[in-house]
Design a protein around this ligand. Sequence first.
Ligand code: GAL
Length: 425
Amino acid sequence: MRLSKRATAAAATCLAVALVASGCGGDKDSGSGGGGNKNVEVFTWWADGGEKAGLDGLVSQFKTDCSQYTFVNGAVAGGAGANAKQVLASRLQQGDPPDTFQAHAGAELTDYIKAGQIEDLSQEYKDWGLTSAFPKGLIDSLTVNGKIYSVPANIHRANVLWSNTKVLQQAGITAAPTSLPEFFTQLDTLKAKGVATPLALGKDWTQQMLFEAVLISDLGVDKFNGLWNGKTDWAGSDVTTGINDYKKVLSYTNKDRDTFDWTDAEKLVMDGKAAYQLMGDWEAADLDAKGFKDYAYAPFPGNADAYQWLADSFVLPKGAKDAEGTKCWLKTLGSAAGQKAFNTKKGSIPARTDAVPTDYPKYQQSAIADWAKDKAVPSCPHGSACSQGWQGAVNSAQGKFSSDGNVAALQTALAAAAKQFAVTS
Ligand code: GAL
């Protein structure tokens, strides 16, 4: 795959600043307790803020557990891996894999398995006692033909509505909206009170997230889940309703959204220029890392019983330079201590079922409780619902819709993408 201009620029910037900046490949971090000289390059897109804080937490555990190895930070900045995934694809194609990389559980991981790019870890699962450490549903999303291919670091929730409590207070809004009609009323109130951007939004993948949250409200959990396995028709009238509602939601967002990453939209909320933002719960960690306190969270309106999940998992690529070092990394991140070191800082909840909720910040405690009672729905932009090809097709359809607002054209493009990519069951 050829690199886009943006990814090429990101990689070039990383090369230029590799030795001085964090968040780019080449940040060799041997650490005080380390001293090992066998490098383990860990490839992610966790370059800043709460994402980097989570990675740092895990690295400190790695230094303790795997002191004979040296962590090498291969992060390529850009939310949801927008740049990283292209750099990774090109490296895999050239036979130059990092020692391990971040891949989303579900359809996205299956892409790498089908391409023969990652190793079976079933034996390691047995050796490390992981087979019963994670929920069965999650293990299923890491398994193909009976073989388990990655170790999950966490479970994130995508469909969370974040707010600036001061902005809401000033507009007289005292409770989170629980339905789309209630949400529209609040957004109108915020507009009337002079809030420049009632709802902050970013580019392509963040628009996919917002659209999916609206679809969950309009379709409900079962029909939404059916969109990904051929049971719900993308050309149906309820999807048309969803697109129309989404179009209305878009009218309350910032016009420069297509140039924004999720952190730019988050900044509008922090600066009090926006009241709300739909984003995954990495936002909790990021707001904390940035010292912003006036925030609240709730499920997106109409999504109360739906936990839209995604999981970051790490793999052993075929041809990794140091397979033993990678295994030490994977063992650490699958351990109770590794999951705690990572997730307390990342905004996600541990994938392991033996975690102690009181070890976690307030947001994660509420998320752990919700995960236990809500119904699971997957996310396409974060790989649990759909392959990377499908993600790309939806991204470009969303990009067009963001500028032309053509409901029929979006629905036709989405139905065509499903026809091309859905794995029916
Ligand atoms: C997701 C990833 C999260 C978080 C987010 C924003 O795809 O799973 O861990 O990093 O992107 O970059």
